[in-house]
Design a protein around this ligand. Structure first.
Ligand code: SF4
Length: 279
């Protein structure tokens, strides 16, 4: 029987995937806006427990083609452990075509491109990395643990290894004061990393937004209103210069669903944002 330690989250694109928790919680667990795993003590799931889950899926759901590994950053596991997991998945799920996972940029610090190439060959197809922002002031205030420059260096590795990279930016993180820098620096970060997929989410705070303001350390911070958020999104979209990046802004948190490919869909996406601002 599959078992989960709640809460369990996944990217929108993984709605049809079997979710397996390779780790519980997030090894960083300090980002000021994120309470998803706050109540969980980070730990790798035991080998026996995870393999029992994989074996159960193999016995009862052999048709599974897509697996998403949770929780927040299973790529923190050692390369050897990840190989064991990928091998077991492919042994027990013969139809498996795609294994994806959340990862943080820090997860790539201790993994060489050669190691990541090995994981790609073993079946790791895509990682989702929350960049959150390209603005160093915001990254420091939210306690992301990495700078813009470090994210560029670290996120180049999976791409060089042939693992698809999907990145997320969170609109509204810097409030009105840092909105312009957030949009422009985030577009620059995405351009430098050149992920296959880029998306924007909107900052969603649980009741008690004051605690984010306090953690952010700026008494002037406040959430963006709809018009400010759309303006930030517009600035981000208009600032991305790279070609071929598939862009999605279709998370449940977004006030405007947007999809396209940079640069060919840029003008159409900007027109859709302008229309939403007008309305
Ligand atoms: S790294 Fe991701 S999961 Fe972990 S605390 Fe930050 S936003 Fe949350």
């Amino acid at each position: 029987m599959l078992s989960y330690e709640e809460p369990v989250i996944r990217p929108p694109a993984e709605a049809g995937s079997l979710i397996l928790q390779a780790t519980i919680g997030c090894s960083h667990n300090r980002c000021a806006f994120c309470v998803t795993y706050r109540q969980k003590q980070f730990r790798p799931r035991s080998r026996e427990d995870l393999f029992a889950q994989i074996d159960w899926a193999g016995d009862h759901m052999p048709e599974v083609r897509r697996v998403f590994l949770g929780d927040g950053d299973p790529l923190v596991l050692s390369t050897d452990r990840l190989h064991e997991i990928l091998d077991r998945l492919h042994d027990r799920l013969p139809q498996l075509r795609r294994v994806t996972a959340y990862a943080s940029a820090q997860n790539f610090e201790n993994k060489s491109v050669a190691e990541l190439e090995g994981l790609a060959k073993a079946g790791l197809t895509q990682v989702y990395v929350g960049l959150e922002s390209g603005c160093d002031e915001i990254l420091e205030r939210i306690d992301k643990g990495v700078t813009h420059e470090q994210m560029v260096e670290l996120c180049e590795k999976p791409t060089a290894a042939g693992i698809k990279l999907s990145t997320m930016i969170i609109l509204g993180l810097g409030g009105p004061r840092l909105s312009e820098r957030h949009a422009v620096d985030s577009a620059r970060l995405v351009d430098r990393i050149k992920p296959r997929f880029a998306s924007t989410l909107t900052l969603m705070l649980p009741p008690g937004a004051r605690s984010y303001r306090e953690a952010f350390g700026d008494p002037q911070w406040r959430p963006l209103d709809s018009s400010e958020e759309l303006t930030e999104l517009r600035r981000f979209v208009s600032s991305v210069e790279g070609n071929g990046i598939i862009f999605r802004s279709n998370h449940v948190s977004n006030i405007l669903a947007l999809e396209g490919v940079f640069q060919k869909s840029k003008q159409r996406m900007l027109a859709e944002i302008d229309q939403a601002i007008g309305e």
